[in-house]
Write a protein that binds this ligand. Structure first.
Ligand code: GDP
Length: 715
């Protein structure tokens, strides 16, 4: 029998790529992912998003809408065939499915946290779009190296060079053009690999699935162009490496393998961005991009050891990406799978995980037992016996773990930096259609909020109604839809309400006193509180400034709790109070009657009293908006936006269309999709993204407060 050599552990890790495919909605992320799954051999049939049969989109209604929301992680394999490649064995590419719609930027952010590298897909006609910019900046923030895929080269108006220009200018990227398109629009045929000086075309008739690109001579009209690009490329790569710089300056020839090695280093260090191009829908250009993922995106050993905090001593500690090191893994996604139940997706940074292991959830400080370990392929699951540092797995059987929690070795506790999610900006009331649906509704909401940390459930204090909150109208619509389909709950929803907040504008102090003396043991809590405004988004700070023993320190946490509770309930109009510092600076207590509960109530009273004197105002979410419209409607669109209290920040020409950029209060644009459609005969599109919170103008605030106090009927 032939001896099969097992690659060493190190080599195994070097052959893993944990990547995401990110893009502006409609740039072709789903189609590209689908093709990647097809060519990597794990999916059996090319599904076309337009026909709604993609493999990554698990949920029915995602297919219907043609958008991807959930971060499922899919494992695939790819073998390099080029010169200088590792001779045997495939590379394992784990694709973290990043959501494509803007309402889910928080989900993109969460996925970026666990990726080692990303493929950024652009539409060659549209170029760099607003969401591409947003996710690009997020990837910068998490130091995620990227390669780009300029997609849709077959589309009318496709322009490779213009798109590259935008990538350089708008995103400030230093690019390494590795593939150059042969033809454009309906004449797009294939690509030239610039370093190798090899041209490939995909023949639609002979090879409809694009499985066998044919090598051809570089078309004559491109020869000098390719020479020029290659020269620039060699210079750009050489600049990143002292030895190569020297060779370059001496006019020595530098080999392709040498150049690729240097480019890999520069790309992994985020200095250079390799560029590929093609048309996923036409099955062109995808395989070279897959080679690019393997060649130029980091493997788990390329990333620095993960850092966390030891909860026992609050000291920072590092964990190397080694199977023998203590376990440290981050839960980045919870998903309810119809067949196996609750799945927790983990990125293992360090150590080894086996079924039956008892581990510590260091974030929640609870023990968890690992059930089955699964690798999720595009259309099947594979049960595995162990998973190690650098891998991404799904675990069955975790009960206490939620998104962002760290699982670790019981004896080596560590909390990795959790994933931060923005607060919801919109909410609506939801009611079961029948009494029988009530229980199902609560269950469904609980499950859905476990999966999605940007989806929150609360209840209205006055009406007792259940309120759901999320990142946009579409987000809540999809949740309502899933409830119906997956959980069979019939529910009716109210009109979407903007999630206002309250804050203070000046410093003020007040007293909170809760004293009851009746017969036996009474109640005694008393504190003096000073409130100071903080900057937008800074949240809440609490300080204990009591000198001496006016209030024993054991009661201070109770005061803080009371303050927080009162803030959540709101003072002006029942919206949560944010962005302030509360300092307790004095008070008194009673030997017998004082209790935690009394101080908590005193804290609440003090907060309310002080806030009322601190110039309370309402804050509203402001959205970043971008409308793309044919030129003839530009005036109408701007006019309408201006009437909606927006600020127009600028306009831009993109081919025959105009892009209007601005900011608009969320409260002004319910149902904007309909408004825009009727104003532009359906020819404009728009993009919205939560930006920040701003003070509501006082006349409008008055109306909102009145409506809120007058009951729930007004919007
Ligand atoms: P996503 O929103 O980024 O996931 O984009 P999709 O993959 O859903 O694609 C959006 C639309 O663009 C769909 O109608 C696709 O058929 C189309 N599309 C994707 N790739 C290409 C391409 O290479 N060329 C052309 N012409 N259209 C494409």
């Amino acid at each position: 029998m032939a001896e099969t050599k097992q690659p060493s552990k190190k080599v195994q890790l070097e052959r893993i790529r944990n990547i995401g495919i990110i893009a502006h909605i409609d740039a072709g992320k789903t189609t590209t992912t689908e093709r990647v799954l097809y060519y990597t051999g794990k999916s059996y049939k090319i599904g076309d998003i337009d026909e709604g049969t993609t493999q990554m989109d698990w949920m029915e209604q995602e297919r219907e809408r043609g958008i991807t929301i959930m971060s499922a992680a899919t494992t695939t394999f790819w073998t390099l065939k080029e010169e200088g490649a590792v001779p045997d064995g495939a590379y394992r590419i784990n694709i973290i499915d990043t959501p494509g719609h803007v309402d889910f930027t928080a989900e993109v952010e969460r996925s970026l946290r666990v990726l080692d590298g990303a493929v950024m897909v652009f539409d060659a006609e549209e170029g760099v779009q607003s969401q591409s910019e947003t996710v690009w900046r997020q990837a910068d923030r998490y130091h995620v190296p990227r390669i780009c895929f300029i997609n849709k080269m077959d589309k009318l108006g496709a322009d490779f060079e213009r798109t590259i220009g935008m990538v350089k200018e708008r995103l400030g990227a230093k690019v390494a053009i590795l593939a150059y398109p042969i033809g454009a629009e309906k004449d797009f045929q294939g690509i030239v690999l610039v370093l190798e000086k090899k041209a490939f075309v995909w023949d639609d008739d002979k090879d409809p699935k694009g499985e066998n690109p044919q090598e051809i001579e570089i078309p004559e009209n491109l020869v000098s162009k390719i020479e020029k690009i290659r020269e620039e490329l060699v210079e750009t790569i050489s600049e990143t490496d002292t030895r190569l710089t020297e060779k370059f300056l001496n006019g020595e020839k530098i080999g392709v393998i040498e150049l690729k090695k240097a480019l890999r280093k520069a790309a992994v260090a985020n200095q250079l961005i390799p560029i590929y191009t093609g048309a996923s829908l036409r099955n062109k250009g995808v395989q070279p991009m897959l080679d690019g993922i393997v060649n130029f995106l980091p493997h788990p050993l390329d990333v620095p050891p993960v850092e966390g905090v030891n909860p026992q001593n609050e000291q920072a500690e590092k964990r190397p990406p080694e199977a023998k090191a203590p376990l440290a893994a981050l839960a980045f996604k919870i998903q309810t799978d119809p067949h196996v139940g609750r799945l927790t997706y983990l990125r293992i940074y360090s150590g080894t995980l086996k079924p039956g292991d008892n581990v510590l959830n260091a974030t929640a400080n609870k023990q968890e037992r690992i059930g089955r370990l699964l690798l999720m392929h595009a259309n099947q699951r594979e049960e595995i016996k162990q998973a190690e540092a650098g891998e991404i797995v799904a675990v069955v059987g975790l009960k206490e773990t939620t998104t962002g929690d760290t699982l670790c070795d019981k004896n080596k506790p560590l909390v990795l930096e959790s994933i931060k999610f923005p607060d919801p900006v919109i909410s609506l009331a939801i009611e079961p259609k029948t009494r029988a649906d009530q229980e199902k509704l609560s269950y469904a909401l609980k499950k859905l909020s476990e999966e999605d940390p940007t989806f929150k459930i609360s209840s209205d204090r006055e009406t007792g109604q259940t309120i759901i909150s999320g990142m946009g109208e579409l987000h809540l619509e999809i949740i309502a839809d899933r409830m119906k389909r997956e959980f069979k709950v019939e529910a009716s929803t109210g009109r979407p309400q903007v999630a206002y907040k309250e804050t203070i504008k000046k410093t003020a102090s007040a007293e909170g006193k809760y004293i009851r003396q009746s017969g036996g043991r009474g109640q005694y809590g008393h504190c003096l509180l000073r409130l100071e405004p903080l900057g937008r988004g800074e949240g809440f700070e609490f300080a204990n400034e009591i000198r001496g023993t006016a209030v024993p320190s054991e009661y201070i946490p109770a005061i803080e709790k009371g303050v927080k509770e009162a803030m959540e309930n709101g003072v002006l109009a029942g919206y949560p109070v944010v962005d302030l510092k509360a300092a307790v600076y004095d008070g008194s207590y009673h030997e017998v009657d004082s209790s935690e509960i009394a101080f908590k109530i005193a804290g609440s009273i003090a907060l309310q009293a002080a806030a009322k004197q601190a110039d309370l105002v309402l804050l509203e979410p402001i959205m970043k908006i971008e409308v793309t419209t044919p030129e003839e409607f530009m005036g109408d669109v701007i006019g309408d936006l201006s009437a909606k209290r927006s600020q127009i920040l600028g306009t831009e020409i993109r081919g025959k269309t105009r892009v209007i950029k601005g900011q608009v209060p969320l409260a002004e644009i319910p149902g904007y999709a309909t408004t825009l459609r009727s104003m532009t005969q359906g020819r404009a599109s728009f993009y919205l993204e939560p930006s920040h919170y701003e003070e509501v103008p006082s006349q409008i605030a008055e109306k909102i407060i009145l409506a809120k106090k007058g009951g729930r009927t007004a919007a």
